[in-house]
Design a protein around this ligand. Structure first.
Ligand SMILES: Cc1cc2nc3c(=O)[nH]c(=O)nc-3n(C[C@H](O)[C@H](O)[C@H](O)COP(=O)(O)O)c2cc1C
Length: 172
């Protein structure tokens, strides 16, 4: 969940409009992993899973991009197979059909054949699979710096300019 928090913080700072949808399990995982809860910047709207009012759940008002971070294998499987019975899954379905950027950040390991087949299908459908695999080559000192190595890659793929994390061979 630290990935989600750090991404939301960076998006808020970038000035991009952001909406949030939490799965039922996400709320439990937030309690475990973010002792102070998920902080949403002013202007960031959180939508209920069963809302009929989320604009981005319609192809007529699709978001420019969507990130599922972290993305469980359950959610990945449901998106891969067209289950769209809540706002999060419907929004992902819309992103694919409207050719918008859909970035899925799994952190499961190891992966079984079902996971890999689902990932293959999602890649073919146009999604970006960006595993939450941090890197360590600039010797990060804090958990936040480690997490930001992943968040930086997500922002890069969203096309959001960022200096969330040092780049390879970047002058300090
Ligand atoms: C204790 C526990 C730990 C879990 N850990 C993971 C995990 O690390 N990665 C994952 O993909 N699924 C994990 N799952 C499975 C998800 O909870 C399950 O796929 C669920 O349907 C996900 O719901 P959501 O994607 O709607 O949040 C775990 C389940 C339990 C009960």
């Amino acid at each position: 969940m630290i990935y989600a928090q750090r991404l939301l913080d960076r998006l808020a700072a970038s000035g991009h409009g952001t909406d949030v949808v939490l799965s039922a399990y996400a709320k439990t995982v937030i309690q475990q992993e973010l002792p102070d809860g998920l902080r949403l910047a002013k202007g960031v709207e959180s939508h209920g899973l069963k809302s009929m009012n989320a604009p981005f759940a319609s192809g007529s008002n699709a978001a420019d991009a969507m990130v599922v971070i972290p993305c469980t294998m359950g959610t990945m499987g449901r998106i891969a197979h067209g289950h769209a019975d809540n706002v999060l899954l419907r929004a992902a379905d819309v992103a694919l059909k409207e050719n918008r950027k859909l970035i899925l950040v799994p952190r499961e390991t190891p992966l079984n054949l079902v996971h890999l087949r689902n990932m293959e299908l999602l890649l073919q459908a146009g999604a970006t699979i960006l595993p939450g695999n941090p890197h360590f080559y600039f010797n990060p000192q804090t958990v936040e710096e480690v997490a930001d190595t992943v968040v930086a890659r997500v922002l890069d793929h969203l096309g959001v300019e960022n200096e969330a994390s040092p780049r390879w061979r970047e002058e300090a």
